[in-house]
Structure formats: C-alpha cells, structure tokens
Ligand binder design. Sequence first.
Ligand SMILES: *[C@@H]1O[C@H](CO)[C@@H](O)[C@H](O)[C@H]1NC(C)=O
Length: 254
Amino acid sequence: MAKTLGFFMALIAMASMAVGRDSTGWENAFATFYGDISGGETMEGACGYGDLFKQGYGLDTAALSTTLFNNGHTCGACYELKCTNNPEWCINGKTTTITATNFCPPNWSKPSDMGGWCNPPRKHFDMAMAAFLKIVKGTKVGIVPVQYRRVKCVKKGGIKFEIKGNPYWNLVLVYNVGGVGDVKGVWVKKMGDVKSGWIQMTRNWGQNWETGEGLRRWRLSFRVTVSDGRTLNALGVVPANWNFGQSFESKVQF
Ligand SMILES: *[C@@H]1O[C@H](CO)[C@@H](O)[C@H](O)[C@H]1NC(C)=O
C-alpha cells in the first residue's frame, strides 16, 4: 500500500467529487501500488491463484477494494485503466489492462480519504508496481486518480483447472479464463459413471470451487459459467490417473 502524500490530498479530494461514469463508459477510481518491481507480494492473493507467472497473469494484476472485489466474485475479471487528470505524473495516453487477482482490505483505522483508500464505498485498484508504472511516471506519487472499464480478458490457450484437496474433499482452482473472466458457476462430471450428472460445486474462496464428491480415479469434465451467462464444457479434461496438485488445460476458452 502506498504512502500518504499530504501534498496531493486537496487535489484528490476534488477529484473524488467527480465520481461517476462518463459518456465513454469509463468510471472514476483511484490507484496505488503494492509490493516491489519483482511482484513477489502480489502472488498467492485472495482470489486463490498461486504463482501468477506460471498461471499466465504475470504482473498485470491488481488488488480490488471491497466495493469492486464483491467477496471474490470479481476475481479473474479484466479492467483497462488509465491515469487521469495530471500530465505531471500520468503517462499521457497510456492505458493498461489488469486481471483482478487479490483483495485490498479496508483499514478502518484510517479515514477513507487519508490512507483508507480501499474502504467502502471507494473504488480502488492497488496495482502490482510493474502495472502501475505502465500508466504512471515513477512511484513518487503514491496515489493517482484513474479511469477504468471492464474489458474482455485475452488469455493464451484454454481454461485451466488445478485440483487440490484430499480423497474426501476437492478444491478446484479455475484459472486462465478469457472473455469476461469472472467465473460464477462450476460443475464437475465423472466420465463413464452412468450415475454421475453434472455435480454443482460451491465457491470456497476466490476462484477455488469445492465438492465433497469422491472424484479419484475418474476421468473428469468441468462445466464453467461466467458472469455474462456464457457456459462452456471442458469434456474429459482430466484423465482418470490424475493426482491432487496437478493442473490440466482444456481445449475450450471464452
Ligand atoms: C492500518 O493503518 C494503521 C495506521 O497507519 C497501521 O498501523 C495498520 O498496520 C494498518 N492495518 C492494515 C491491516 O494495513
């Protein structure tokens, strides 16, 4: 979380009065950065992703304030961001796209206009430093007004599934999701088990979905529904000899 810079407070207070959507679909928010240029602190965030490099997200990520995070339902969504209002610190004309991978928690001991940037109802992006530096000149200015809009997530390859847990409890991370990016429903099916229909999984945290169904030694299919209502089936994406801790890439993508 970025440092407080009293000098800019008056400007920021003025800008926060202008919150709302403009005619081009951009909405107003603020952005800070967290971690250092290596992005180590951005890994393993509240969306349940792990090594963001291995998983394809890299450092084009941000932690979202309570209002935007929506209890993890927004995890995986993509936003285009641009720094607004100030030629001194904004890289003019530059926008960058991030995936929501983490939560920026409120800090109730700080006023929302003086350090409590992620307190509700503020819309705030705490960006990986490398992403922040794509739209802001340097890190001297700790917080900047930005404009944002949801954009299509462009991912390489198919939707991926990582199976964690134990023989009595399965936790499946759904990642590398294109299109709107935020998964709102997941089902699993045991291929070859005539009694198995699509078994609905429940959200455990972020984009980790759980079921107590015994899945060992079955070839598995997953069905994924995203927030715009589109659904895809990844048929037989997991071979029968799967093990906990393994990841599987499907041939389908939004
Ligand atoms: C909240 O702000 C206080 C005061 O600056 C700080 O000491 C504390 O570590 C912060 N808490 C969190 C969770 O960031």
